[in-house]
Design a binder for this molecule. Structure first.
Ligand SMILES: [Zn+2]
Length: 366
């Protein structure tokens, strides 16, 4: 126990040292500018719950950024019933931008731009300002590439936090109105909370099919997207590459549940890779399920490093969680983890730039 804990501490140290020296020194990305503009309430947007003006401002911001990169972005608007309020609807949208590749076959990179938990102080910095910022940074790079092997579709999804409404509406729209476009999509990468947690992970869809709204005939749990992203990550980051989580009750190694925007794609036969940061080595509130994202004592009422859990499991209120909590504020997280957020964002950008620009090397899609 003691020994493995020391190894674990050592690997954490290696992670932070490796990332801060290795990645930041090479190419400078705009990722922090995007993150600050979207998540800082003082001079940016801040919390942006589904259906609010702030969510709309974020959609406008994403449109502007895509346009500045030379894209011709599309808006997909949708309307959704407000929970427990009969006859009341909220409006939201997805923002979509394509860059043509040598093949018409398409890879999707998606990230939701709404946030939740503002009542408890969340500004949606990591969930999911981080994912959105990485997506925008990769989109900028890909707009400058001349010979992309696959066409790439970037999608900023609205209203994820109230039930993956944007991604579900989007895939339903494709099914009904543009089945030929849906058929071109050969893989999807979902970015949700891609910084803040102790380690970078990449998951595939669960081996047990998701419910898929009652029809999971087309569901796929194929792992080729996860493996392709992993291969790019190992090449780009070496020992600090994205990991596969270990098995825990209900979840075989490396697979994830249906709780983010990858769901609708897996339900429609599209292999997915889902990138997030967390820590599956913590004995969290409900066990080793990855809901506790960090061992950093600043995110716990009291953390016991020896047993890798709360000092008092009855009294703990924070559980090392960032998402949907008052911890999800950029300024706060930068004081808890100096340098970590930028390093992890850059690491994700580096891996995804390599993956999308050489997707034919990593994927064998017929
Ligand atoms: Zn999220």
């Amino acid at each position: 126990m003691k020994k493995s804990l020391q190894c674990f501490k050592w690997s954490l140290l290696a992670l932070s040292v490796g990332l801060s020296s290795g990645v930041a020194a090479e190419e400078k990305y705009d990722v922090m500018q995007f993150l600050e503009a979207v998540t800082l309430p003082e001079n940016g947007i801040g919390a942006r719950e589904a259906g609010t003006e702030k969510e709309q401002s974020t959609a406008d911001y994403v449109m502007q950024q895509f346009k500045a990169m030379g894209y011709a972005p599309q808006v997909h608007e949708f309307r959704h019933p407000v929970l427990n309020k009969k006859g009341v609807f909220l409006d939201s949208s997805n923002i979509i931008a394509d860059v043509k590749g040598l093949s018409e076959k398409m890879l999707v990179l998606g990230a939701h731009f709404d946030s939740t938990g503002s009542k408890v102080g969340s500004q949606g910095a990591m969930d999911n300002g981080a994912g959105l910022s990485v997506m925008l940074t990769v989109a900028k790079k890909m707009s400058q590439e001349k010979k992309l092997p696959y066409t790439i579709r970037f999608i900023a999804f609205g209203a994820e936090e109230i039930g993956k409404v944007g991604s579900r509406a989007y895939v339903e729209m494709l099914k009904e109105d543009k089945p030929e476009e849906l058929a071109k999509i050969v893989g999807m990468v979902n970015l949700d909370t891609v910084a803040g947690g102790d380690f970078l992970y990449v998951h595939s869809a669960h081996t047990t099919p998701y419910k898929c709204g009652g029809n999971n005939d087309n569901y796929t749990s194929e792992t080729q997207m996860r493996e392709a992203v992993l291969m790019a990550s190992k090449e780009q980051l070496g020992d600090e590459a994205h990991k596969i989580h270990p098995e825990f009750p209900g979840y075989p190694e490396g697979v994830t549940g249906d709780w983010s925007d990858h769901e609708s794609f897996a339900c429609n036969g599209i292999p997915i890779a889902y990138i997030e940061t967390t820590n599956f080595q913590i004995n969290g509130k409900d066990g080793y399920d990855g809901y506790s994202q960090s061992v950093n004592p600043g995110l716990w009422d009291c953390f016991d490093a020896e047993s890798v859990t709360a000092c008092d499991r009855e009294k703990e209120t924070q559980w090392g969680r960032i998402w949907h909590s008052g911890n999800d504020q950029l300024i706060h997280l930068e004081s808890v983890f100096p340098g970590r957020i930028e390093s992890q964002l850059n690491a994700n950008v580096k891996v995804l730039n390599a993956f999308f620009s050489q997707a034919d090397k990593y994927l064998n899609v017929d």
